[in-house]
Ligand binder design. Structure first.
Ligand code: CTP
Length: 404
């Protein structure tokens, strides 16, 4: 029995030569603890970063790296043929290029080519390499062939620099890999509407009042739902992240735009997830031309008027059987009070579930991870999740079918 209740799998973990190879040890460990039989195939360069004894002790199996060992048992194809799942973590830019080209100049390349198992890769490289046109094209090729690409995350890289390129956290890689292997399509046939990002309320043609939401949690929900078979529409307000083509995207800017788009898309949705950070107020008037200092003088008075509560409106006018999930962003530091605020909010808005997360200068918004509690209509905690935004997304989706 494994962590996800799927059968015990024969998993090949391919490790290639990048600094993030040290994190591959945690990937191997999580898979072993999940009850899976893990076989590490490392490139020679990977073994410069992490030692064979470590990998053998953690995987509880011999580590393979040499194409010319075990020739009599045709090991270069046997390992791949026996695999139920192959996870390459980290996948360097060089490995990504080799996989895209179908090269088999080492044991890992042969193993992958000889296998029909699902392939999950976790790229790790410097931002410039990740954004290089060659890598972009290689990743697109691999995705087209059905390879699952996890990450990379945005964050601190090996040197002083930071940006996209950092390998996703081991727990996320394992989560996605096991789901891919299980081919879990538990949301097949469901139409899900997700809103994400932060609305911007125009003041004049060049200025707006906005908030710090990046849209990452909402996009993670949309992508996870699509991966699990749902037909997803994402209403995207000023996102700071890319959205893969598995998700249909409707772009909006202001709260009133979002309200129009959401009201229309909700008419055909089975599940509505309001993850967007919606502005509660908007400027009463929007200037046709740029507001000028010499006209305004030393003080500029702004009059704001209340925006419609989109979530409450959708809940009040829901289709029969439609499930409505809201989010609550709160700065309250005390756990008990946070829950009370959530309980009051879910009742006030009429949502079926409310995902409560704490936000602040350094929490929630624009970060890689998230910690949430999920409340039902009566304010009881029905779930909790902490980890990458993708794993939090999957936990939230796990709660949905049981709540309808
Ligand atoms: N929401 C909405 N329309 C608004 C404001 C919020 O649909 N005008 C939705 C958000 O998308 C989220 C939920 O309501 O799903 C809660 O948002 P939040 O900002 O936490 O709550 P507020 O309504 O702003 O309440 P408060 O001012 O008490 O924080």
């Amino acid at each position: 029995m494994s962590v996800h209740g799927v059968r015990s799998l024969n998993v090949v973990v391919g490790i290639t030569g990048g600094i993030a190879a040290y994190k591959a040890v945690s990937v191997v460990r999580a898979l072993v603890l999940g009850g899976h039989d893990v076989h590490v195939v490392a490139t020679e360069n990977a073994l410069r970063f992490v030692g064979r004894p470590t990998l053998e002790a953690i995987s509880r199996n011999t580590v393979h790296s040499d194409l010319y060992e075990g020739v009599a048992e045709v090991r270069h194809v046997a390992i791949g043929q026996a695999a139920d799942l192959i996870v390459v973590a980290p996948a360097t830019a060089n490995t990504v290029a080799k996989l895209a080209a179908g090269l088999a100049d080492d044991l890992l390349g042969n193993t992958i080519l000889a296998s029909t198992a699902p392939l999950v890769i976790a790229p790790a490289m410097h931002t410039e390499m990740w954004q290089n046109a060659a890598t972009v094209a290689n990743i697109a090729t691999l995705r087209q062939r059905g390879v699952t690409v996890v990450g990379p995350a945005v964050g601190q890289l090996t040197g002083a620099d930071s940006g996209p390129g950092r390998m996703s956290e081991p727990e996320e890689i394992v989560e996605v890999a096991l789901r891919t292997a299980a081919g879990r399509q538990d949301l097949a046939g469901r139409r899900i509407l997700v809103t994400a990002g932060g609305t911007r309320e125009p003041l004049d043609p060049v200025r707006f009042i906005g908030n710090r939401s990046s849209g990452k949690q909402g996009v993670a929900l949309a992508v996870a739902a699509a991966d699990r078979g749902a037909e997803v529409t994402l209403i995207a307000a000023n996102l700071e992240v890319d959205v893969p083509s598995t998700v249909r995207v409707v772009r909006v800017r202001s709260t009133l735009d979002l309200e129009r788009a959401a009201t229309s898309a909700a008419q055909t949705a089975d599940i509505v997830i309001m993850a967007a950070a919606v502005a509660d107020y908007r400027p009463e008037t929007v200037a046709d031309a740029k507001i000028k200092k010499d006209v305004q003088g030393d003080v500029l008075d702004l009059r704001l008027v209340k925006n419609p509560d989109i979530l409450a409106g959708l809940a009040a006018n829901r289709r029969p059987g439609q499930l409505i999930v809201g989010f609550a962003a709160e700065t309250e530091p005390d756990d008990a009070k946070l829950r009370q605020l959530g309980a009051a909010k879910v009742a006030r808005k009429g949502a079926d579930l409310l995902v409560v997360n704490r936000v602040g200068w350094n929490e929630g918004f624009a970060t890689e991870g998230n910690t949430v509690i999920v409340l039902n209509q009566t304010g009881d905690i029905v779930g909790e999740a902490s980890g990458s935004k993708r794993s939090v997304a999957d936990r939230i989706l796990d709660l949905l079918p049981h709540s309808i």
